[in-house]
Design a protein around this ligand. Structure first.
Ligand code: SF4
Length: 455
């Protein structure tokens, strides 16, 4: 007979990590990229959902206490974040604390790495703490391109997904505005202060216009912010070495986790462009679309007609979703680039073409290596002066990226640096970054900077 407690915990992974309706609950979103999660929470709020971004890194010691050290660093951080929030909430609310009123958001990705396991692992931890058993974990997956089906009312699924995606693009642009302006700011600290204000203004804009899908109003506000941001640039400062960042999405965008890498690079004289978050969402949609297309083709070839209708439907649905997303993204960048030259994004289909042409890796394997490897090649082709690959210590896709790209980097003639992170601060990291930046400035002197677009 199987152990009953094991069966119960397996059942809990199925029953309590799923698409819970978040309608009347407090919906807890862990922080990743600061602007992005706050805008996303505002979109949910515009639909009347009580969404809350939970503080990050305050409970890292609790995250470490409940993990063995072999888990991915983002898993440790987010585990600490949810435990810290719950502890604080319980202390604050006392007898009014009702764990069943909270839904914690932890999406997942299909594929060979561990991201699909965070929410299950965290479920086991919450189940082991009597007061927190009833906290639900809502999960959406890359398998259906992060559809919100099941977690909100059916009538809102499509519109909220679209506006959620738009908030991701807007947050990417605001991040790129910071990285474009800060290295050339007229007064130290002025960009950060301006962006704090701008984030608040944009949050209000999404709360006001998110539900009605009024993208024009949102774009209007975005353009206004970009225009104001461009006025903070001191035009007398000469162009600095342009550094691209690729790697694992959480580490790339979580300031504390990457020990403020962008600022460290800036302190050593860089202008930085980090890979975007929308790129990952586009990649997820593109992958599902590609999968459906391949299955449709295969079934036709083998004269298997049973699943054809389903695959055809998927091709249409996810194809439209993917092209719509890239269209909205291009439209937003086009508007703001009238006022300031912000780096545009990779086209995911083009990244796939690069991988195929160079025979380096395959979208069939999946993971962020599909984006990082061709992303580095694109940086080299677009006149960047260096690329940093940032990732959690032991991260599988980023280790693959590093292993594959190192055989090419000599040919690309561009400085490259791997920066793995965990909870420790490595004494040699700063020296490595300084050396890398010296190489990047030599690269700038020799080759200059061409254009900033990834296209
Ligand atoms: S991408 Fe890396 S850090 Fe993220 S879950 Fe996979 S192995 Fe872990």
């Amino acid at each position: 007979m199987p152990d009953e407690s094991i069966m119960t915990s397996f059942q809990s992974l199925i029953n309590n990590v799923t698409r819970f309706n978040i309608g009347k609950k407090t919906f807890l979103i862990p922080e990743m990229n600061k602007i992005g999660v706050h805008l996303l929470a505002s979109v949910f709020k515009s639909y009347g959902i009580n969404a809350q971004v939970i503080e990050t890194c305050k409970g890292l010691d609790m995250g470490q206490e409940y993990t063995s050290g072999k888990e991915c660093f983002p898993c440790q951080i987010t585990t600490g974040d949810i435990l810290y929030f719950m502890k604080k909430e319980k202390a604050l609310k006392g007898t009014d604390f009702h764990p069943e009123n909270y839904v914690y958001f932890m999406p997942e990705a299909e594929g060979p790495c561990r991201f699909g396991m965070y929410n299950k692992f965290q479920r086991m931890i919450l189940d082991s703490i009597p007061d927190l058993k009833q906290v639900k974990i809502a999960s959406i997956t890359s398998e259906d391109s992060y559809s919100l089906h099941g977690i909100i009312d059916q009538a809102s699924v499509k519109d909220l997904r679209k506006t959620g995606y738009f908030s991701v693009v807007v947050a990417d642009i605001l991040d790129r505005l910071i990285w474009r302006v800060r290295p050339y700011e007229v007064e130290p600290g002025i960009t950060d202060a301006f962006m704090e204000r701008s984030m608040l203004a944009m949050k209000k804009t999404f709360v006001a216009y998110g539900y009605s899908n009024n993208y024009n109003k949102i774009l209007e506000k975005l353009v206004e912010i970009v225009q104001e941001g461009s006025s903070l640039i001191d035009s007398r400062i000469l162009p600095k070495p342009l550094i691209g960042i690729v790697g694992e999405i959480y580490l790339r965008s979580h300031l504390q986790a990457n020990q403020n890498l962008v600022k460290v690079l800036e302190n050593y004289g860089a202008e930085v462009v980090n890979a975007s978050i929308a790129e990952w969402v586009n990649y997820a949609s593109y992958n599902v679309f590609l999968d459906a297309k391949n299955n449709l083709r295969l079934n036709l070839k083998q004269l298997k007609f049973k699943g054809l209708k389903d695959y055809l439907k998927k091709v249409i649905v996810f194809g439209c979703e993917f092209y719509y997303q890239e269209y909205k993204q291009r439209q937003a960048y086009k508007q703001v680039n009238k006022y300031l030259d912000l780096a545009e994004d990779h086209s995911v289909a083009r990244l796939n073409d690069i991988l195929k042409r160079e025979d380096l890796f395959s979208f069939d394997i999946g993971t962020e290596a599909c984006l990082s490897i061709p992303g580095i090649m694109e940086c080299a082709a677009s006149g960047y002066n260096g690329v940093v690959n940032v990732y959690p210590f032991t991260c599988m896709p980023s280790t693959i990226t590093s292993a594959i790209i190192k055989s090419r980097i000599h040919k690309l003639k561009m400085p490259f640096l791997d920066t793995p992170y965990d909870t420790t601060s490595q004494p040699g990291r700063e020296a490595a970054i300084r050396t890398f930046m010296f190489q990047a400035s030599r690269h700038l002197k020799k080759y200059g900077r061409q254009n900033k677009s990834f296209h």
